[in-house]
Design a protein around this ligand. Structure first.
Ligand code: SAM
Length: 248
């Protein structure tokens, strides 16, 4: 995997996965986090260039630590936070989500938009929850099957890409088994995939290939195009679910 190329492609997009500002705000309303008298301690894990981090900073009374594996993404966020007058609310931290440097029971909110899959949902919930205070919230979006049966083509694709993909009821069971109580759940609409993520990505392919003429770059674009085509064909069968859950 050529990470330098992937980073170069993705950092030009405002999102590194399906999502939307309106959906981030919806989670905040559902979580009843807006307007707290004391600043909340929030960690945005796998924040990428920080599409969600910026909304959290604009909407919440909070001190936010934005965590990602790649400093290049965090550098984009640092510039955008400054432009939007949010630098005093956001600190960036380049660490692996598997090795978070926070104290146990210390955080009000853990946000993981399109990122918990990097650890796997079950392992991620089990690991992240230890950092939440009792009553603290985990807000995570995760690829989710919408039906029990689906076409073989898309089943095979996700079996190889992310075998932990499952229905919402299976994901909710994992939360319950971990003692994390589901407060709300909703599905991201198609616009979060197409308008907010895939179309801007597609618009970057020509420029990316003109800049990097390598075999690796062509392979990345080919794989992205295949993923997009599969989504367009099978979008009735999967989306991202947003799971908002509270540590008891
Ligand atoms: C699908 S993107 C989502 C980015 C952002 N939350 C969004 O919604 O646009 C997943 C993010 O997780 C980050 N990531 C991948 N593996 C990671 C790890 N082990 N530790 C921390 N971040 C990781 C990637 O760099 C990427 O920014």
């Amino acid at each position: 995997m050529n990470y330098d190329l992937l980073i170069d492609l993705y950092k030009g997009n405002s999102r590194q996965g399906p999502g939307g500002d309106e959906q981030t705000k919806l989670v905040l309303r559902l979580s009843e986090l807006i307007g707290t008298p004391e600043p909340l301690k929030v960690v945005d894990i796998g924040c990428g260039t920080g599409a969600s981090t910026l909304i959290l900073a604009e909407t919440l009374n909070a001190k936010i630590t934005a965590v990602d594996l790649f400093q290049d993404f965090l550098d984009v966020l640092t510039v955008d936070a400054k432009t939007r007058g949010l630098s005093d609310k956001i600190t960036t931290l380049a660490v692996r989500m598997e090795e978070l440097p926070f104290e146990e029971n210390s955080l009000d909110v853990i946000w993981a938009e399109g990122s918990i899959y990097n650890m796997g949902f079950e392992k991620g919930v089990e690991y992240f929850k230890r950092f939440l205070k009792p009553g603290g919230l985990l807000a995570a979006s995760e690829i989710t099957w919408l039906t029990k049966e689906r076409p073989e083509e898309i089943q095979k694709y996700w079996d190889s890409e992310y075998p932990e993909i499952a229905t919402a009821s299976e994901k909710i069971r994992i939360l319950e088994d971990q003692g994390v109580v589901l407060k709300s759940y909703f599905l991201l609409p198609e616009s979060c995939w197409i308008e907010n993520y895939y179309t801007p990505l597609e618009n970057m392919f020509d420029g990316f290939l003109a800049k990097h003429g390598s075999e690796d770059a062509r392979a990345i674009v080919k794989a992205e195009k295949a993923e997009i085509a599969l989504f367009k064909k099978h979008r009735a069968y999967y989306s991202y679910g947003f799971y908002i859950a509270q540590k008891i």
